[in-house]
Design a protein around this ligand. Structure first.
Ligand SMILES: Cc1cc2nc3c(=O)[nH]c(=O)nc-3n(C[C@H](O)[C@H](O)[C@H](O)COP(=O)(O)OP(=O)(O)OC[C@H]3O[C@@H](n4cnc5c(N)ncnc54)[C@H](O)[C@@H]3O)c2cc1C
Length: 467
């Protein structure tokens, strides 16, 4: 397994903090090996580096207390949401205290008349949408995992709906956060827009817990559209599917979801989700709007798809059928993993300007073939964002080296195409070298921000960039 970097530990400080927190939290502080391991990185090839203890927090005050105590002793604090991040975000390379926020899972207010809501950070995206069910509103950001909203804000997550509704950066109106000295701040009010000073909301969104712990989020909500129609359409090759996406976006057709699954992924998803679609590169698409608007968009899309050799497809507006389709898409990662029992998925994430999508995916497929990897491709392609999951035996250094080579080539290619090494998963431990390559001197400004806000470097140290 690949070794993540180990940083210096403050042994004395950690021992003192664990003792103090044990007194303060009793059974809500765990030092059990299994619990600690589960609060380190568990989802991918990156080595697990567990924290020294886990505190199960129930309020902002408790989070502030933990952070204050850790700050006094110079001990790292790692916020934990649902644990679904993919780049080693939760690891504790120099030990420290994990604050598990899953118990802070209350929906504090729904302001239906303003289309917003206020939630605690442990609320998950599915829990929120379940709660909103009868209001005619929904929260659109949907990563494949049932992630926590605090974690989603912290990784600047997105998902299948981002092409229409944006990412977490567009859907967080305001945050309450505990800063590295234990003080509690609110970054904005509920107004839809504001010119009031530095945009601290967006600074914390995507900060991966390196600047503070989010303890409350005010989120934008959307009205459930009157008409929703979804379809599946297969193509002769991935390039044809990508070119259909490019033309759809360039024509300004307001697609709500447009997802690519390559042939291998379709084989995996058919088997895992018990579907029987053709084993060919496929687009899953969905339109939102009025009934007439959706019908018109579907027709226009159909014309574009036909130009690129897209097969026939049936539209459905039945909720159960749509739910089945999108569940299969959300399960793509697990379906891919099942292609090679015992293997782990080395998932990568890249995003390019839409005009470069077909080139980027085609060249990536050439790399996969050259390296001899089993690596299905899926993507939120309406945004130019795609993922490759190389299925490898992580204990085999040769296979791991090939997967790293593939990930490196994909990141370098995306950056060379004026894109990014991560559209939505974030930097964590896994992508730091590519961040430097992508943004160069801007990373120095990020370091200056980090040092100014967290001079002791106690908030999730070792993530995003080395200081
Ligand atoms: C099967 C699968 C599919 C996925 N699909 C997608 C996808 O489509 N789109 C996408 O964007 N991602 C996807 N992901 C990645 C993952 O779901 C996202 O990164 C998600 O946002 C992580 O949320 P979490 O609650 O699990 O956070 P965690 O993994 O618990 O934490 C992630 C990071 O956020 C920090 N953090 C957590 N909570 C807080 C808080 N309250 N305050 C400050 N920092 C905090 C942590 O310290 C860590 O650095 C997928 C993952 C899996 C396993």
């Amino acid at each position: 397994m690949a070794l993540a970097e180990q940083l210096a530990r403050n042994e004395g400080g950690i021992a003192s903090v664990v003792a103090i927190l044990g007194e303060r939290f009793g059974a809500r502080l765990s030092v059990s090996g299994a619990v600690r391991e589960q609060h380190g990185h568990t989802t991918t090839w990156i080595e697990n580096q567990p924290p020294d203890a886990v505190v199960f927090a129930e309020s902002t005050e408790e989070v502030a207390d933990v952070v204050k105590i850790c700050a006094e002793h110079g001990v790292p604090v790692i916020a934990f949401g649902a644990g679904s991040s993919l780049e080693g975000h939760l690891n504790a390379p120099c030990g420290g205290i994990s604050i598990d926020l899953s118990g802070m899972n209350k929906i504090l207010a729904v302001h239906a008349e303003d289309l917003d809501c206020v939630v605690q950070p442990g609320v998950t995206r599915k829990q929120l949408n379940e709660h909103l069910r009868d209001t005619g509103l929904f929260f659109p950001i949907d990563p494949g995992a049932d992630a926590s909203l605090g974690g989603m804000a912290s990784t600047r997550a997105s998902g299948t709906n981002a092409v229409r509704y944006g990412t977490m950066k567009d859907n967080v109106l305001s945050l309450e956060a505990v800063m590295p000295d234990g003080s509690v701040i609110r970054t904005a009010q509920r107004a839809k827009k504001s010119s009031a000073g530095y945009d601290l909301t967006r600074l914390l969104v995507g900060a991966e817990g390196t600047l503070g712990v989010i303890t409350e989020l005010t989120l934008r909500l959307q009205g459930i559209p009157e008409g929703i129609s979804a379809a599946v359409c297969s193509f002769p090759d991935v390039e044809a599917a990508c070119n259909t996406v490019i033309a759809t976006i360039q024509h300004g057709i307001p697609v709500a979801r447009i997802e690519l699954l390559d042939t291998l992924q379709m084989r995996a998803s058919n088997a895992y989700s018990k579907l029987d679609y053709p084993e060919a590169p496929t687009l899953f698409v969905e339109f939102h709007g009025t009934q007439a608007g959706v019908a018109e968009q579907a027709e226009l899309f159909g014309e574009i798809a036909a130009e690129f050799g897209g097969g026939s497809f049936a539209w459905t507006s039945r909720e159960e059928e749509r739910a089945r389709l999108w569940q299969a898409r959300h399960d793509a990662y697990w379906a891919a993993t099942a292609l090679r029992p015992g293997a782990r998925a080395f998932a990568t994430d890249a995003c390019v300007p839409i005009s470069r999508l077909a080139d980027c995916v085609r060249e990536t497929m050439e790399d996969i073939a050259e390296l001899g990897l089993i690596a299905p491709i899926v993507g939120h392609v309406g945004d130019g964002n795609f993922h490759v999951s190389a299925l490898i035996d992580i204990d085999d250094p040769a296979e791991l080296a090939k997967a790293r080579e593939l990930a490196g080539r994909i990141s370098a290619r995306a950056i060379a195409m004026d894109g990014t090494c991560t559209g939505e998963h974030g930097i964590g431990q896994g992508k730091q070298a590519y961040l430097e390559r992508e943004l160069g001197g801007a990373v120095e400004v990020m370091r200056a921000v980090k040092r100014a806000i967290d001079p002791q470097n106690i908030m999730n140290p070792g993530k995003i960039m080395r200081l």
